[in-house]
Design a binder for this molecule. Structure first.
Ligand code: ZN
Length: 244
C-alpha cells in the first residue's frame, strides 16, 4: 500500500520546531511517521516531544545517543560538558515511565521495507558519524534494504551506492528507484547544524519512489525563550539562531 512517510530526526526536545514540521507534513499529505532518534536533549520540552512522537504520531523510533544516556546510568565521559549538563537536566524532567520508554528503544529497525538507525549500521551502539564515502561504505556493508534513514550529525546528507562505487548527492528531491541503494541523513528537526537554522526533515513517498528534503522556518525565538526559562546554558539558545 502506498504511503507517504515523514522521517523525523534529532527533534531534541524542540517542540516549536516539531510543531512547524507537523504542520508542513499535513500540507504534504504525510500518512505515517518514523523517527531516527534523539527525541530528547539540548532543548526544553522533552516530555512534550515524547508525548507527540509516541502518542500522537505513533512513530516507530530508534534510540539516539541522547535517548540512551538520559535513560541509562552510562558515564557521560563521551559528552561535551554542555551536552552532559542537558542530559542531567533532562533526566530530572522525565517521569519514570518516560525514561523506561526511552530505555526500550531499539538501536535500529526494519520498517516497511526500509531501515532506520540513529548513527551507523555497522556499530549503532558506538554512535559514530557518517561524513564521507569511507564511513558511508562501512554502514552500507550492513544495510539489507534499498534505503536506510539516519541522523546524529544534524546535517542532511545522501550517499548512493552502486556497482560503480559510492557517490554523494545533494539533499533535494531524490528519486529512489527499486534496486538502488541509499543512505540518507534527514537532518535535524530541533537543532540543525549546517548553518541553516530552519528545521529539517524528509518525506518518503513510496509510490512515487521519491525522497524529498524539507526545510521549515519556525518560531526560533520561542524555542530560545524556553531554553532560557528552563535555566539551560545560553549557548544552547544561541546556536538555534545560527543553525550550528
Ligand atoms: Zn542529535
Amino acid at each position: 500500500m502506498a504511503k507517504v512517510f515523514a522521517i523525523l530526526g534529532d527533534i531534541h526536545a524542540n517542540v516549536d520546531a516539531l510543531a512547524a514540521v507537523l504542520e508542513d507534513c499535513r500540507a504534504n499529505g504525510v500518512t505515517d511517521f518514523v523517527c531516527v532518534g534523539d527525541v530528547v536533549g539540548y532543548n526544553a520540552c522533552p516530555s512534550e516531544c515524547i508525548r507527540i512522537v509516541r502518542d500522537e504520531l505513533h512513530a516507530p523510533v530508534v534510540r539516539g545517543n541522547h535517548d540512551h544516556y538520559v535513560s541509562t546510568d552510562s558515564p557521560l565521559s563521551d559528552f561535551t560538558e554542555l551536552a552532559a549538563e542537558v542530559v542531567k537536566w533532562t533526566r530530572r524532567q522525565l517521569s519514570a515511565e518516560e525514561i523506561e520508554w526511552l530505555r526500550g528503544l531499539p538501536y535500529s529497525k526494519l520498517h516497511m521495507g526500509f531501515t532506520v538507525v540513529h548513527s551507523t549500521l555497522d556499530m549503532p551502539e558506538h554512535w559514530g558519524y557518517i561524513f564521507d564515502n569511507l564511513t558511508a561504505e562501512a554502514s552500507f556493508a550492513y544495510q539489507k534494504t534499498g534505503i536506510c534513514f539516519y541522523g546524529h550529525s544534524h546535517v542532511p546528507m545522501v550517499h548512493q551506492k552502486s556497482a560503480a562505487g559510492i557517490v554523494r548527492l545533494e539533499p533535494g528531491e531524490i528519486p529512489v528507484p527499486i534496486g538502488s541503494r541509499f543512505l540518507i541523513n534527514v537532518g535535524s528537526v530541533g537543532q540543525p547544524r549546517d548553518g541553516d537554522p530552519r528545521a529539517s526533515y524528509a518525506i518518503y513517498d513510496t509510490k512515487a519512489r521519491v525522497v524529498k528534503f524539507r526545510r521549515l522556518e519556525y518560531d526560533v525565538e520561542a524555542a530560545m525563550g524556553r531554553v532560557r526559562a528552563a535555566g539551560l546554558p545560553e549557548r544552547l539558545a544561541q546556536r538555534l539562531a545560527v543553525g550550528r
